[in-house]
Design a protein around this ligand. Structure first.
Ligand SMILES: *Cc1c(COP(=O)(O)O)cnc(C)c1O
Length: 375
């Protein structure tokens, strides 16, 4: 049997909405489906203001522009993260200061972040890994004390919560991804959440090539022109039409993913109890959005052996990030301390297949092979 790591799920409404968008004669950005998607997020999660973007990477680039990051500024971010968590800040000339993960979770260790704060710290970017919340309250306390901005890389964190508050809506900015590997997809796509009202007007301008076009179309300006720096961060309304079909099915998608996630947790708990590997940790302040089901093996060698065993059996299980502070790009310029937890998750974390259309037969096959391997 072949079990892929991930597989696209289409809700069935995507083509209909794209066709409707085409029929409307308006396929560029900020059409009715873009508005519908943004209203969905603002309504359901009480986000102050949202902007669809072409990717989460672009949403983070907008955040870096809005924060007016300049050469000499320091931005603290986890090393166990995606390149797009930090690249937008590198593009603005910031120096990235890498923080370690927690010993028992890939999320950033807030105490370590605290030790890295300097008078030059302009922003802290955190990743809610696997859609599991970072402990935000202590980070917000530090941000108030030291005056830095907080950016949530919530790429994996749709429909996930911290103490009942939707992730992406807690820091100054939040950024979501609808890349085909996420829970809700539009092929490529993203969303910037602006929680601090002071940034809303400039966000509109930066997203529209540095023009006041959005205000113009609202009738708030008698002409539009070049008013600031900017780029083209808005997606076609056809992308938004696709996304809207997915958002309409959010509840059933989430319920199904949770069911698969929980089946793994239950079936693999004897192996975790026996100490063959650790399972995913969900702190009491966090919800679970079933973005990833991962296990943490005792060593790189254990992981490599298990991966190749599963591969031979037709199962695609994949590792995740490689410590950014040791990357070919950043490694040579890294002068900070060792980050042993980030390195451990780089070496030892393994993600199991999890997708909406995964059948019980496929999942039982994966579980059975894991039980065989350790018997
Ligand atoms: C997927 C992902 C991104 C990038 O999202 P894009 O929409 O592909 O730009 C950024 N950060 C994290 C943590 C991600 O998982």
């Amino acid at each position: 049997m072949v079990v892929p790591f991930n597989q696209q799920h289409y809700t069935g409404k995507e083509l209909q909405y794209i066709q409707d968008c085409m029929n409307s004669g308006r396929i560029s950005g900020d059409g009715k489906y873009t508005t519908a998607c943004q209203q969905f997020f603002e309504g359901k999660y009480h986000f102050k203001k949202t902007f669809l973007t072409t990717s989460c990477t672009d949403a983070l680039e907008m955040a870096a522009l809005l924060l007016q990051i300049e050469p000499g500024d320091e931005v603290i971010a986890p090393s166990y993260a995606f390149v797009s968590t930090v690249n937008p800040f590198v593009l603005r000339g910031a120096k990235i200061i890498f923080a370690d993960s927690l010993p028992d979770h890939p999320n950033a260790d807030i105490n370590h972040i605290k030790s890295l704060i300097s008078p030059r710290t302009k922003a802290v970017v955190v990743v809610h890994y696997a859609g599991v919340a970072v402990d935000m309250d202590p980070l917000l306390t530090l941000s108030e004390k030291h005056g830095f901005a907080v950016v949530e890389d919530a790429a994996q964190a749709i429909d996930a919560y911290y103490k009942g508050r939707a992730l992406g809506g807690i820091g100054n900015f939040g950024a979501f991804s609808f890349h085909e590997t996420k829970n809700i997809v539009s092929g490529e796509g993203g969303l910037l959440v602006v929680n601090d009202p002071d940034y809303i007007q400039r966000a509109e301008i930066i997203r529209e090539k540095g023009t006041n076009r959005t205000a113009f179309f609202r009738g708030q300006a008698d002409r539009y022109g070049w008013t600031d720096i900017g780029s083209s961060f808005l997606p076609s309304d056809m992308i938004a039409a696709f996304l809207y079909a997915q958002l309409e099915s959010l509840e059933s998608i989430q319920a199904k993913r949770m069911q698969i996630w929980s089946r793994y947790a239950k079936a693999l708990s004897p192996l975790m109890d026996s100490g063959y590997f650790a399972g995913p940790q969900i702190p009491s302040f966090a919800s679970n959005n079933a973005h990833v089901f991962y296990i943490v093996l005792p060593s790189l060698q254990h992981r490599t052996e298990l991966m190749s065993f599963l591969k031979k059996e037709g199962i695609s299980a994949v590792f995740h990030y490689l410590s950014l502070h040791k990357s070919p790009y950043f490694g040579p310029q890294y002068t900070g301390e060792q980050l042993p937890n980030s390195d451990r998750f780089s070496d030892c974390l393994l993600r199991l297949p999890l997708f909406f259309d995964m059948t019980t037969i496929q999942q039982d096959y994966v579980i059975g092979k894991l039980l065989d391997y350790y018997s």
